[in-house]
Ligand binder design. Sequence first.
Ligand code: AQP
Length: 332
Amino acid sequence: RPRVLSGIQPTAGSFHLGNYLGAVRQWVALQESHDAFYMVVDLHAITVPQDPAELRSNTRIAAAQLLAAGLDPERCTLFVQSHVPEHAQLGWVMNCLTGFGEASRMTQFKDKSAKQGADRTSVGLFTYPILQIADILLYQAHQVPVGEDQRQHIELTRDLAERFNSRYGDTFTMPAPYILKETAKIYDLQDPSAKMSKSAASPKGLINLLDEPKVSAKKVKSAVTDTDTVIRYDAENKPGVSNLLTIYSTLTGLSIPELEQKYEGKMYGALKTDLAEVMVDFVTPFRDRTQEYLDDPETLDAILAKGAEKARAVAAETLATTYDRLGFLPAK
Ligand code: AQP
C-alpha cells in the first residue's frame, strides 16, 4: 500500500472548515487505501508564541477532532509530532542542506512575516517548511494530502529528497502532493478572494467546527455573495456563491450541477438557509463526538502513545540510514 503522511496544527483549538474540507476529510478516505501516518504538529505550533497550558489542551482537542472526523487508530497511525524526536533530528539535517535563498522564496513565510513584522517573527517560522520536509521524508511518504496553500512546500521537499539522494545515495522516497481540486481552497465567507484561515481579517468569514452550531449557521447566512441573482458555479466571476456551492456539495455529496438545478430560479437566501441547515447537521454530531473523546483523556492519550510507538519504528530506521549516509560515527 502506498504511504501517506500529513499533519495539522493544534494552535487554534477548533479546526476550521478549510482544514476539514481541504485536508482532514481526505485523510479519513485515504486510511482505507493507504498506509497512513497523521500527526498533530506541535513542533510547528511553537513557531509562533503559545501559552503552554493552552498548547497542551489544544493538542488533545486536535487529536479528538481527528478521531471525531473518522480517523480510526486501527487503520492509520495517529500521533503527536513531539513524541517522535526524529522529526527535530532530521529537521536539522535538512536545514543544513537547504539554501538560504530557496527557503527565502517560500511565499507563506513571506506573507506571515510581513503581517507580523520582522521583530516578532521567529527563525523557526522561517525554517518551518524545512521541518515539514523532515516530517514527510522520515516516513518515506509517497503522497502528502494537503490544501493548495502547501503545494510550494511539497515542491521544496521534492527538491531536497532529490538533492540528498544524488549526493549520498538513494535514501528518500520522492513524495507528491495529493490535492483534490474541488476542495483545494475553501474561501473566507466574508472575503471570497482570501483562503479561509484562522488568522482571517474578520472572524465572521471563518467557520470553526467546535463553535456553537447556531453561530456557524449565522455566518453562512451572512456570507458575502454578489449583486447578481443567479445561483451558478463560476469561481472567477461569482467567487462567493461558488464557495458556498463547493461547501454544500462536499458536505452533502450532491454534485454542483445537481445543486444548480435544485436552486434554479431561487434566491441566494434560499441557498444560504439550506446550507446553514446542512452546516448545523454536520457540526452538531462532530462537536458531540469530539467532546466524548475529550471526556476520556486517558483513552485518548493511550491512542496517541500507541501511534507514536508505531511512528517511531519507521522514523528511527530512516534517521539511522540518513546518519549513516552522512558519515556520522555510530554511537556504541
Ligand atoms: N482555506 C483552506 N482550504 C483548503 N485547505 C486548507 N488548509 C488550511 N486552510 C485551508 C489545509 O489544512 C491543513 C492543515 O493546515 P495547518 O494546520 O497548517 O493550518 P494552517 O494552514 O496554519 O491553517 P490556516 O488557518 O491557514 O492558518 P494560518 O492563518 O496561520 O495560515 C493543511 O493541509 C492546509 O493545506
